[in-house]
Design a protein around this ligand. Sequence first.
Ligand SMILES: Nc1ncnc2c1ncn2[C@@H]1O[C@H](COP(=O)(O)OP(=O)(O)OP(=O)(O)O)[C@@H](O)[C@H]1O
Ligand SMILES: [Mg+2]
Length: 562
Amino acid sequence: MAQRTSQKLAARESRKGSSTSDEASDSLKARGNPATYLQAIINSLEDELMVIDRNYRIIQANEAVLTRHEKSRQEVIGKYCYDISHGLPELCRPPRHECPLKAALETGKPARATHTHIYYVRDEKQRRYLDIIASPITDSQGNVTAVVELMRDVTETKEMELKVAEAHRNLLALNAIATVVGQSLDLDTVLSNALDKTLKIMNRNTGGILLWDEERRMLCYRVHHGLSKEYVQGVCYRSGEGVAGRVAQTGESILVEDISVDPRVAYPGLINAEGLRAFASVPLRAKEKILGVLNIASHEARKFSSEDIQLLSSIAAQIAIAVENAMLHQEVQHKDEIRGELLREIFAIQEEERRRIARELHDETSQALASLAANLEAAAGMLPYGHDEVKTTLRKTEHLAINVLDEIHKLIYELRPTLLDDLGLVAATRWLADNNLGVAGVTVNLKTSGRERRLPPQLETTLFRVIQEATYNIARHAYAKNADITLHFKKRAIVVHVRDDGEGFDVEEAISSKDRPRGLGLLGMKERVKLTSGILSIRSRPGGGGTEIDVEIPLNYEVPSE
Ligand SMILES: Nc1ncnc2c1ncn2[C@@H]1O[C@H](COP(=O)(O)OP(=O)(O)OP(=O)(O)O)[C@@H](O)[C@H]1O
Ligand SMILES: [Mg+2]
């Protein structure tokens, strides 16, 4: 170090003797001498200029060369250019650098290149980027005798370019991550897509994503690549345990050059068996919650740079959002499944209850009413002549009983028509058309297509309830003259269309209306169809355009055609 400093001082001293400004003013005075004037121009250049002979020795160097390298002229002249510029014992060659000097000497044509030069400024190592133009000097026979090398410092521009390229790379990477994680809401798909893409971007082949298991209060691998089963299945980490556990606890990334010798590792045996070296562990943080940890590793001690960790952190932030979304989706789906199960249960209990009430009404109430009517008729017949007033009252009461009986029969049908169980959907639909619409003055056109057949009881019940609600609504709200009901018995599905030419209504408004408990008919239809994996669509045009309800329920077996 002392030797180096004294060399520098010597260099400075020797340069003092011929300071640029002195020389320049001298040269201006001595304008008459072209050689001195030319030298002054060359020395006043900010760019470095050297003349190098065919043996790569420096035969001339301007002041800028001496200043940049902090050397005296004697220390530079006669030295090899690669020694001065790069501190190398031999000519630069690819892949390190393309030597423009060599190209100019060989081809006799100017050559360009951008080199990285290392300078020591006040003992500090500095990397500078230089744009080099090597122009050959030829003798009268056209032989190249030397080369003029002009070097311009483009470090600022180059560093800016590198920063822009880095930012561009990061943006592309983040965009790629956002695209892959946005393709699915399934947690495992999101995780494995995210990991694959991250490894590709980071140019590594080993890594994994661990998620925090709230129940077990542990961090366990959910997806991995390049790691053995023993490694990922063997361990889960408590908060604060090992590298991943620390990252989960502190929310701070950890970068390790060689994980095999890191004292923070929880299971060194496993790490050594995997042969892992460079290791980066970054938290997956959504809002203030740590959802897990992203680990990227290498089998060689290829250090992660601070740019790498910055990029990994941005990637992890994207992944965390996607993971949170997928988790929320999973939760909603789970709740939806439970809700579906409950609804199925409720509908089944409701049907059973309706069936029971219908049976009771049929077996007891209607039987009692029928015998009451018969007894009233018999009593009226038994009355002796002259009791006309009593007879009329008895006949009236008998008619009343018969009317109530008719109403009860209708109620029994609406509750659960035996027709549906006995004869199936088409017969029950015909009964609905007549009793709900016919009696309300709506002309109904009922059609069927395909091979009419019995369907699974639960499906028949669902479709019956949907058609029942649709016909109720037409009778109560539509003010329609005509209605069409069509049942298509397809091979793999059953399709029902119910149309009316009534007033129409705003479907969105009716479905989202908070005006409960009425207005549950349409929602009930949707829920019932959804439970059978079917689709229900309601289209209506308010202002007299009528309403169309289409239902399609898949049959999970194919019906052979006749
Ligand atoms: N075919 C139709 N034509 C015109 N308006 C209709 C028709 N079907 C439904 N509507 C409108 O949509 C609203 C909601 O229908 P929905 O069946 O959900 O409830 P509701 O019939 O009013 O009550 P309920 O819960 O007894 O069925 C109705 O109040 C009515 O205004
Ligand atoms: Mg209704």
